[in-house]
Design a protein around this ligand. Structure first.
Ligand code: GYE
Length: 344
């Protein structure tokens, strides 16, 4: 009896042990399965998200300000594109001051952002802060305006229009319109800014071929409508009837000048021919209304290419130093036809 009992107990014991072993094994295998799943999940996540590895990107954007319709369209494009790609964008508006941009870049570096987008207000004075970004291994993408530096390794790439060419196109259009002879007043952009320097140079180069084309006055209207109006009022006061054409480095200043011309009792677009650069919606409306004569487009929708560049840089690729945005000339002859299709 005793032996039998022991046997039964032993059998029970080994059965229990066997059961436990199986149970433990399946718990273990469950664990393994789970951890495999987790691994699989992680892999999938990383795979689908060689994008949402993007989603984790934090980018700082140092913007110049909000001086023009062009600038607002550029800001919008970069903000929209960041949102679309799930990128966290730290946005800083410098209110036209380089010192504010430098502060913003230093803050981005301290926050260890993955990349910096910089629209530099002027061409010079960026080396010290860009050296700090380089030391922190944070790539810098310049958008819309270039800088002057002897060390091109301080930024990764520049995405911008050819402002000299825009100036040339404006000059050529005006020579044709004026039959090679005109007294022109020029409203320049922000002093020291790449588009102001280059648009002036390109225009001068173009009109140099027609000795009848003369710039009789030239002053900065700071790329704003109000300053453009103010400077044009002063030009009209001192030059009056002599002025036959206005060349403004952007649409906002041209629109301000148009107001000044009307208030002085002249007809913009007829008595005084007006040409500018940018191609924003209000410029098209003014051309349709017969006031602005022509605008040379400068595309501000730089968000998609800026973030494509950042993706490449984060992936360790090297980019060309400059990517050119293509522009074209519009005038009263085609403004009506294209106005509805304008995206900014
Ligand atoms: O033409 C002007 C703006 O940097 C290209 O800046 C840009 C210029 C643009 O304020 O309207």
């Amino acid at each position: 009896m005793k032996t039998q009992k022991t046997l039964v107990t032993r059998t029970k014991l080994s059965l229990t042990l066997a059961f436990l072993t199986v149970a433990f094994a399946s718990v273990l295998s469950g664990c393994t399965e789970k951890s495999t799943k987790t691994t699989t999940n992680t892999t999938t996540t990383t795979k689908t998200e060689s994008s949402p590895a993007k989603a984790a990107l934090v980018v700082g954007f140092s913007q110049i300000g909000a001086e023009s319709a062009w600038r607002s369209a550029e800001t919008q494009s970069i903000q929209d594109e960041a949102k679309k790609r799930g990128i966290t964008l730290k946005f800083s508006d410098a209110q036209q001051k380089q010192e504010n941009q430098i502060k913003a870049i230093r803050a981005f570096i301290a926050q260890k952002v993955n990349a910096i987008i910089l629209a530099p207000v002027v061409e010079t004075g960026w080396e010290p802060v860009l050296r700090e970004a380089k030391a922190a291994q944070i790539p810098v993408v310049l958008v819309d305006r270039g800088i002057k530096t002897s060390d091109e390794t301080l930024y990764s790439t520049l995405i911008a229009s050819d402002f000299v060419e825009e100036g040339r196109m404006a000059g050529q259009w005006l020579i044709k319109k004026m039959g090679g002879t005109a007294n022109v007043v020029e409203l320049q952009g922000t002093a020291g800014a790449a588009p102001a320097i280059d648009r002036k140079a390109g225009f001068q180069e173009a009109i140099a071929k027609s000795p009848g084309m003369k710039i009789i006055k030239s002053q900065s209207g700071e790329f704003t409508r109000s300053k453009g109006k103010e400077v044009m009022e002063a030009f009209l006061k001192s030059e009056g009837n002599k002025i036959q054409a206005v060349y403004a480095h952007n649409d906002d200043m041209a629109l301000g000048a148009i107001q000044a011309i009307e208030e002085a009792g002249f007809k913009p677009g007829k008595d005084i021919v007006v040409i500018s650069v940018d191609g924003v919606k209000p410029a098209f409306e003014s051309m349709v209304a017969g006031k602005l004569n022509s605008t040379v487009e400068c595309n501000p929708l730089l968000g998609p290419s800026a973030f494509d560049a950042i993706d490449s840089l984060v992936a360790g690729k090297t980019l060309p130093k400059k990517t050119l945005v293509k522009d074209q000339v519009f005038d009263q002859s085609n403004a009506k036809e294209v106005i509805a299709s304008r995206a900014y």
